[in-house]
Design a protein around this ligand. Structure first.
Ligand code: COA
Length: 260
């Protein structure tokens, strides 16, 4: 796969690394990046050999510094709504990919960059990372899911503060509020993400997918989520991998999952 604004590689067996590559604009998301993310993640979703994806940005300064502000100069009410829907659609694809996406946040994750990290399933940050939703400083609001996902991740109060002040939080505070699950030095970021990806990739892929699906139901009323969890738990017993996992445990050996 070749993209103008992304680099893409299968780093190791089952692990894909996607890097947003517009360093001269701090990896800001223009329409081309959004189109490339759509095409790239659609292909990753369809590729049965890929079990985990790592998403990061080029350079040492920015993961993604937001939607490309240049685009805002021509938006009208109608085209801005369509603009938000387009980004939301691509970020929803990432969130519902059916395989885990780890955001390796290597610097500024602002506006659409923070929202992109929030659409990933796990976030790891380098110590220089800065998160924020500065849209109100431009006279707009987050439009790629930030008002919905940020409160779910960090809670209503802190999300509201972040969104209406437009302020940034550093990596340490991001860790404290649960916005990221790990902070490491920048030169350790990719290796830390790869280590986590290897652990996930060694687990049963269908069980990982069903786990993501069930976790996504955690915002539903409890009874509905529990019913869905019981059903998904049952679905896991339709796989060869449950036989392999249980047999391997009983035989005191490592499991070798086929993904079926
Ligand atoms: N959209 C378009 N271009 C952007 C951008 C964005 N969101 N963020 C950064 N850039 C561009 C800058 O315009 C600059 O381009 P230029 O060299 O052609 O002038 C280049 O990236 C480098 O950014 P610069 O502002 O010079 O770096 P800095 O270190 O002084 O500041 C930031 C870094 C992240 C604090 C600053 O770039 C910033 O505030 N960006 C906008 C963040 C934002 O509001 N995002 C939400 C958008 S909805």
């Amino acid at each position: 796969m070749h993209f103008e604004t992304l680099s893409f590689s299968i780093q190791e067996d089952h692990i894909a690394v996607v890097t947003i590559n517009r360093p001269e604009k701090l990896n800001a998301l223009n329409a081309e990046v959004i189109d490339d993310l759509d095409a790239c993640f659609s292909a990753l979703q369809a590729d049965p050999t890929v079990r985990v994806v790592i998403l990061t940005g080029t350079g040492e300064k920015a993961f993604v510094a937001g939607a490309d502000i240049q685009q805002f100069t021509t938006l009208t009410t109608a085209s801005a709504t369509a603009f938000a829907r387009r980004g939301q659609g691509v970020f929803n694809l990432i969130e519902s990919l059916g395989k885990p996406v780890i955001a390796a946040v290597n610097g500024f994750a602002l506006g659409g960059g923070c929202e992109l990290a929030l659409s990933c399933h796990v976030r790891i940050a380098s110590s220089n990372a800065r998160f924020g939703q500065p849209e109100v400083k431009l006279g707009v609001i987050p439009g790629y899911g930030g008002t919905q996902r940020l409160p779910r991740v960090v809670g209503h109060g802190i999300a509201t503060e972040m969104i209406i002040t437009g302020g940034m939080v550093d990596a340490e505070r991001a860790l404290n509020i649960g916005l990221v699950s790990k902070v490491v030095e920048q030169d350790q970021l990719l290796e830390t993400a790869l280590e986590m990806a290897r652990t996930i990739a060694s687990n049963a892929p269908v069980a990982v997918r069903l786990s993501l699906e069930s976790i996504a139901n955690s915002t539903l009323p409890s009874g509905v989520g529990m019913d869905a969890e019981a059903e998904l738990f049952g679905n896991a017993f339709d796989t060869d991998d449950v036989k392999e996992g249980v047999t391997a445990f009983l035989e005191k050996r490592a499991a070798n999952f086929s993904g079926s």
